[in-house]
Design a protein around this ligand. Structure first.
Ligand SMILES: Cc1cc2nc3c(=O)[nH]c(=O)nc-3n(C[C@H](O)[C@H](O)[C@H](O)COP(=O)(O)O)c2cc1C
Length: 189
């Protein structure tokens, strides 16, 4: 029997035509049998984190929390904004990190990647993302680190990623996320 995995993609970009969102879409082509995959759309609709709403979460925040709780693992694709993660993604992580002791992201297996038009491929942004996720108690895939640079020449008009190294890294990343989910399942059983 094929082992089943429910994966949820979250793009750190709210930009229409985002490269990060396009690569999250492209991941569908790389998923092994048994993987169900959805992308949580429109993080721009998530209100700013406000602790006074923790006991009566806004509808969109509840939808986000439920989607994350329901998933076996997350795949976060982040751009780099001013050498860090975009504010919209930080906001999502604020909500997911609460309440302490019952946070949706705590002990959740997470794979990260980043896509950029520039040369450095979100290195600084992903360093910050790892640090933030560590503080939330998420279980983060350590290797491979996936930095996809110069994306404009690698992604074609059909949304296909024409770069062997990037595709190889993405396949490895998904494999490592599955491995982490399996470990997590064993821990809980
Ligand atoms: C406010 C802002 C800050 C940015 N800062 C950086 C940066 O520090 N490093 C970098 O490589 N690119 C930076 N960029 C360029 C982004 O990498 C580029 O807009 C990228 O396409 C964003 O990803 P997306 O296509 O998924 O939206 C910045 C863009 C914006 C709008």
């Amino acid at each position: 029997m094929v082992e089943e995995f429910k994966l949820l993609g979250v793009s750190g970009s709210v930009r229409e035509g985002s490269y990060n969102t396009k690569v999250l879409e492209y991941l569908r082509n790389l998923l092994p049998d048994g993987c169900r995959y959805e992308i949580f759309e429109n993080i721009s609709d998530i209100p700013f984190y406000d602790q006074s709403f923790e006991s009566r979460l806004p509808e969109r925040v509840l939808a986000l929390r439920n989607a994350v709780q329901d998933a076996d693992g997350l795949i976060i694709a982040t751009p780099e904004h001013n050498a860090s993660v975009p504010a919209a993604l930080k906001n999502v992580l604020e909500w997911l990190s609460r309440p302490i002791g019952n946070a949706a992201i705590e002990q959740k297996p997470v794979a990260i990647l980043g896509v950029a038009p520039g040369l450095y491929g979100t290195i600084r942004s992903q360093i910050h993302l790892r640090q933030i996720l560590h503080s939330t108690g998420a279980f983060v895939v350590q290797k491979p680190e996936v930095y996809i640079n110069e994306i404009a020449r690698k992604l074609d008009q059909h949304g296909d990623l024409n770069d062997e190294v990037a595709v190889k890294h993405l396949v490895e990343l998904i494999g490592e996320l599955q491995r982490l989910i399996r470990q997590h399942r064993r821990l809980r059983s």
